[in-house]
Design a protein around this ligand. Structure first.
Ligand SMILES: Cc1cc2nc3c(=O)[nH]c(=O)nc-3n(C[C@H](O)[C@H](O)[C@H](O)COP(=O)(O)OP(=O)(O)OC[C@H]3O[C@@H](n4cnc5c(N)ncnc54)[C@H](O)[C@@H]3O)c2cc1C
Length: 448
């Protein structure tokens, strides 16, 4: 094993250019490995701010970066656009959907997770999930089109249906989405329509559990609920969704007539466990050894949201961006030490850096373990941390200015969209296969 690892030009294949894959490739600078990074998108996406793209606060180009550009100065990294369909662990190669194979000596699978509908996949057509730039573009178009249709609707009941927005799931993404839609309706567009008052829009947050933001301390969850309600969001707890159809959502036996439903509940890991025939948990995350390799396959690492690991404290490592980055760096450490013939590093140890959620412009909660923050101070902490984690000085400056502008004047800079074919499954979606196309300006003309 060690001889093979010490061979010059060791072929390291990383599948997935998200937080985990990127951190792994970045940490292996000067390692001597020949790195091939494969992703089915041409960009790295900063998912924590995706809801801001979906609600017109930020243009797509501020939260995604072409992978090729990220690694332009790294001669040891080859970036390939391709979708992996399987792994042949005996022949040591990955198989792409177009039939091509790419050989590896070491393989890192960092393919993330997607939203899950708890076995009701047919709901996906009616309740949009938020995971990719295409999802954000589609949701944004859907929200803005609903207001446009309401402006022209003559039947008051239909107008109300068009201006009702249901967000399923009371985790950070659901809470952030609900607050952002309420803000759009009440503080951004309220003077722009003539036949409807956008402040009459209903935003309903449905949570199956007894409280929202279950991963946060109870006091912060209570604060967040009050903040949401102050912003006009109806929070319904103990409301598991039992049906989603065209124009309606049913929860707790009550049907809500709503043109727009957004799904922010439940995740399912990528197919990595199936590709390598590894043991997985109930949401498909690969169970790993302490060095983040697959038990019995020391040359295959699985990192990020598609892996399940227990931290030293015994708690499961959360599916968050900092955790994915830490796993990426640890896998890189193990790979680098193997390449140098060194001894194995200590087992992976997760360091919790805090939980953050924002509720509109002025409210946020931060749980750093040793201190809990809420209100404007938490908002500032949230903002500074997110700006810090963006890639590149340009993005940091542009996002900070956009937030400042939006905060001071209530303007949203990304409110243009293709007028036709933007419904789920519509024609425009098919044009959004890669970031380059979606960033042409058609969607993100800045209105100031
Ligand atoms: C809307 C939203 C909001 C979030 N907010 C926060 C937050 O505020 N704070 C936080 O810490 N975390 C947040 N998260 C979670 C965080 O984004 C994830 O934990 C993190 O992205 C996981 O990183 P990853 O590298 O494992 O996966 P990802 O970042 O999802 O990257 C996976 C990559 O693999 C690629 N890929 C997948 N399948 C294939 C395939 N078959 N072939 C080729 N490429 C493939 C994908 O294109 C993608 O680039 C949020 C997630 C979402 C969806």
């Amino acid at each position: 094993m060690r001889d093979r690892h010490n061979m010059p030009g060791h072929r390291l294949v990383i599948v997935g250019g998200g937080f985990a894959g990127l951190a792994c490739a970045e940490s292996l600078k000067d390692s001597g490995a020949k790195i091939t990074l494969i992703d089915r998108r041409n960009h790295h996406l900063f998912q924590p701010l995706l809801y801001q793209a979906a609600t017109s606060t930020l243009p797509l180009s501020d939260i995604a970066w072409p992978l090729r550009q990220v690694f332009r100065t790294r001669r040891d990294v080859t970036t390939l656009l391709g979708e992996v369909a399987g792994v042949d662990a005996v022949a040591r190669c990955v198989r792409l959907t177009d039939g091509a194979t790419i050989a590896y000596d070491t393989l890192v699978l960092a393919t993330g997770a997607q939203h899950a509908y708890f076995g009701n996949d047919e709901w996906a057509a009616h309740a949009h999930g938020l995971k990719t730039l295409e999802d954000a573009t589609r949701i944004r178009a859907h929200i803005l089109t609903a207001f446009e249709a309401a402006e022209r609707a003559e039947d008051p009941a239909e107008r109300q249906r068009l201006m009702t927005f249901v967000v399923v799931g009371g985790g950070p993404t659901g809470v952030e989405m609900a607050a952002a839609i309420a803000e759009l309706a009440r503080r951004v567009m309220q003077t722009e329509f003539r036949n409807v008052d956008t402040r009459d829009a209903r935003v309903i947050s449905l949570e199956a559990g007894p409280r929202i933001l279950g991963a946060f301390p109870e006091s912060l969850g209570r604060y967040a609920k009050r903040a949401l309600e102050r912003q006009g969001v109806e929070v319904r707890l103990g409301s598991a969704v039992t049906d989603c159809g065209p124009g309606h959502v049913t929860a707790r036996g009550r049907m809500i007539r709503a043109k727009t439903a957004i799904w922010a509940a439940g995740v399912q890991a990528s197919d990595a466990a199936r590709w390598i025939g590894a043991a997985s948990d109930r949401v498909g995350r690969v169970q790993l050894a302490a060095d983040l390799t697959v038990p019995g396959c020391s040359e295959i690492f699985v990192i990020g949201d598609t892996a399940t690991v227990t931290s030293v404290s015994g708690a499961p490592v959360p599916g968050t961006a900092p955790a994915a980055k830490q796993m990426g760096r640890h896998a890189a450490l193990v790979i680098a030490s193997r390449l140098q013939g060194g001894s194995a590093p200590a087992p992976f140890r997760y360091r919790h850096q805090g939980n953050f959620a924002t509720i509109g412009r002025r409210a946020a909660i931060v749980d750093l373990g040793w201190i809990h923050l809420s209100g404007p101070l938490a908002s500032w902490t949230w903002g500074i941390c997110h700006i810090w984690f963006l890639i590149g000085t340009r993005s940091r400056i542009v996002v900070a200015l956009n937030w400042l502008w939006s905060h001071l004047f209530g303007h949203k800079c990304a409110r243009c969209w293709f007028p036709r074919g933007t419904e789920p499954g519509g024609g425009a979606d098919k044009n959004l296969d890669c970031f380059k196309k979606s960033d042409r300006g058609s969607f993100d003309i800045r209105l100031g």
